[in-house]
Design a protein around this ligand. Structure first.
Ligand SMILES: NC(=O)C1=CN([C@@H]2O[C@H](COP(=O)(O)OP(=O)(O)OC[C@H]3O[C@@H](n4cnc5c(N)ncnc54)[C@H](OP(=O)(O)O)[C@@H]3O)[C@@H](O)[C@H]2O)C=CC1
Ligand SMILES: O=CC(=O)O
Length: 422
């Protein structure tokens, strides 16, 4: 435990809290992990986080204390004014509490505010100082790019519908008029597109990003696509001499705004390491899964489960109501038991009111089910529940619900939708 006693107090707090929760074997918080491996490399290996394979090798003295305030819903809390430095140590602080950082063994007065870029420039660290391109500014891409900007990164944006670039330009983003131009002017380019077709079009089409890629550059596709599409895009990118990483995300609009996404990455490990600090600005954890295709597959399996869970929850809400129960109480009961999931408590109350404010468009959930079924087919894995669920989302789409939140799938189960003649 000598190594532990040498840790700054904030690190101890994070590690201790995990130990108290009995999580020490495999569920240390990302904060504890980051701090333990970067601030004190001697920390016993059993106290290190498993999912983060190389946090953040390029930032030997950087610590992130964002997990201390994981409830924070204020995306701006990760803005420029919340990066603090003390000598070679940098901390992201979205608690607004310089005092917490001072617990790291340095007097509060010695910490000063700076941008990530300033810190990086001072210490010559890769990734954060890269010129970053961002293609696709929809529900997810916009807040992700915004978080990079707020962290002080140099970001150039492009979106098919140009008006969606404007809010980011007003926050300091540069603009280029094609994916090709973005790729030419940037070191690493992220893409967050709707589906396989758009991901291929933006990467490989006329004026596509591949036309601007060269050796030394990187392309990170964070869209949800199937493994074959990802391999196709990766192949085109790598043919230019550039590196490729697939990195689909788990987490919806709010986690994207809060920088709490989960990245499921696969592909060039060196690019993964180079962009690690950027992924940590946009997300709360990251998994490196090996060869291209594994990240896509993991994302599709997760979303296959999620789509079925939502369909099953919808059936439960409607059945409870029909037998005279209060569906609001069902939501409460579910939220307290073994099958509780944040999705049920956040979406249940609005579903009861037939309101579906879009966080995850229904058309994308159906796309993910379709792609997951293709994945299952490719290995002859029976997935009857997902197959039935997919049909339900198709019915919902045929009733004009594509752009509503995926929780609108409940409408496909309502009698008047199933039999409009009644
Ligand atoms: N929303 C969510 O909760 C989550 C979504 N995802 C996945 O992330 C990806 C993006 O999702 P989200 O942001 O919600 O989707 P949106 O529908 O809000 O955005 C889609 C983006 O793709 C662009 N696009 C669509 N078709 C084309 C095309 N043919 N050429 C160029 N650009 C195109 C859109 O441009 P334009 O503005 O011009 O239409 C827009 O920028 C999807 O793969 C989705 O499955 C992953 C996790 C969570
Ligand atoms: O892909 C959707 C999500 O919430 O994750």
């Amino acid at each position: 435990m000598r190594a532990f006693s040498l840790l700054p107090r904030t690190v101890k707090a994070a590690v201790t809290s995990d130990l108290v929760k009995g999580n020490y074997s495999h569920r240390l918080s990302s904060t504890a992990m980051a701090m333990s491996s970067s601030v004190c490399p001697q920390i016993p290996s059993q106290l290190r986080a498993r999912p983060i394979h190389s946090f953040p090798r390029k930032l030997p003295c950087a610590v992130s204390i964002k997990a201390f305030s994981s409830q924070s819903s204020d995306a701006s809390a990760k803005g420029k004014c919340t990066v603090l430095r003390c000598g070679t140590v940098m901390a992201f602080d979205n608690t607004g509490g310089i005092g917490l950082v001072a617990g790291a063994g340095m007097a509060a007065a010695t910490w000063e505010k700076c941008t990530v870029l300033e810190w990086q420039q001072q210490h010559g660290v890769d990734g954060l100082s890269a010129r970053i391109g961002f293609l696709g500014l929809g529900i997810m891409g916009s807040p992700m790019a915004q978080n990079l900007l707020k962290a002080g990164c140099d970001v150039t944006v492009w979106n098919r519908t140009k008006s969606k670039c404007d809010p980011l330009i007003s926050l300091g983003a540069k603009y280029k008029s094609s994916p090709q131009e973005v790729a030419i002017s940037c070191d690493v380019t992220f893409a967050m597109l709707a589906d396989p077709e758009s991901a291929v079009e933006v990467a490989c089409g006329k004026d596509g990003a591949t036309r601007g890629m060269t050796s030394g550059k990187g392309y990170v596709d964070v869209s949800t696509v199937d493994a074959a599409t990802s391999k196709l895009i990766g192949g085109h990118i790598k043919a230019t001499g550039a590196s490729f990483l697939e990195a689909p995300v788990s987490g919806s609009k709010k986690p994207a705004e809060d920088g709490q996404l989960i990245f499921l990455t696969a592909g060039d490990k060196s690019l993964y390491e180079m962009v690690g600090s950027l992924l940590d600005i946009m997300g709360k954890s990251r998994f490196y899964l090996g060869d291209v295709g594994n990240g896509a597959a993991m994302k599709l399996v997760v979303n296959m489960i999620m789509g079925s869970m939502m369909a099953s929850f919808s059936e439960g809400l409607l059945l409870s109501e029909k037998v005279g129960l209060d569906p609001r109480i069902l939501v409460e009961v579910v939220s307290q038991g073994a099958i509780s999931a944040p999705m049920y408590s956040t979406k249940g109350p609005s579903m009861i009111q037939s309101l579906y404010p879009t966080a995850f468009p229904l058309k994308h959930q159906q796309k993910d089910l379709r792609l997951a079924l293709g994945l299952a087919e490719s290995v002859s894995q029976p997935t009857p529940i997902a197959a039935a669920t997919n049909e339900l989302y198709k019915v919902a789409k045929s009733h004009g619900l594509s752009d509503q939140d995926f929780s609108a799938v409940i409408e496909a189960l309502k009698a008047k939708v199933q039999n409009p003649a009644k």
